[in-house]
Design a protein around this ligand. Sequence first.
Ligand code: MEV
Length: 313
Amino acid sequence: MPAFTASAPGKIILFGEHAVVYGQPALAAPVTALEARAVVSAQMGGSSGEIWIEAPDIELTAPVSELAPEHPLRASLAAAAGTQDLSRIPACRILITSTIPVSSGLGSSAAVSAALIRAFAAFLGRRLPDQEVSDLAFEIEKIQHGSPSGIDNSVVVFRKPVYFQQGKPLEFLAIKEPFEILVADSGIPGSTRAAVDAVRQRWLANQEECEGLFNRIGEISGTAREVITSGDPRELGPLMNENQVCLRELGVSTPELDRLAESALEAGALGAKLSGGGLGGNLIALCDTAAPRIEGALLRAGAQSVLPTTIRG
Ligand code: MEV
């Protein structure tokens, strides 16, 4: 029985989250040790329009016709098919699995959409270019997160470190020297939508203060891009710490994330910051030689897990 499989990685935001929603640049990289996967298998003998979807991670097994049109999985299928009317699609079964923790700032929703759009389009005989997959996944991100910037779908679809600014062409980062990051899970779920909404409320209440912070974060992202493409990656440490101060002032850090950052720095990390929406989710720490010691310190400070990842071009 023919099956069509596609996957997409997790991601971390290195610099610039939240400010990127307000037009500032941000940097993100794929985390290939984590991935979402979609497998579409033709069901011989089934009737057109019989599409079963199984996503054990969210305990979903249902015919697609029972999902609301705005359900992200159904919306992804419609996007891949180029129509809301799925009644003429050949019978199939779709299995979605993911090792990317949900509500953790690691891009799980964008990766699921990207993998599903790609696999379903292939099943329908449509070869979609990466940019189109990214644009379609962006539409699904809007359903899920309200007003996303588009950085998550870009990095997971292209699977490369990116410098991203809304309204400008996507730039792939040429990384001069690879660097090591530890990704530590605070164990507290953090909803991107809630975090983006919280920042929006803060911005509405005090635009001058928030825009000052967004501008500063944008400058940090610009400097980080220079360092990554032509400097010594150890210089990213102080930039991460400064970015974390801005994120704390925007109200999206938490005592748990602050404690993880402090313990990583005490153990020798060169810099540490939350990554993604915040209000829970993950912290990233930049390491050079002391990675095992920093990993131990993060676990003792309450991290549920620590994932080492190398950022390379
Ligand atoms: C989420 O990974 C990053 C945010 O800036 C939201 C977005 O850019 O869509 C918080």
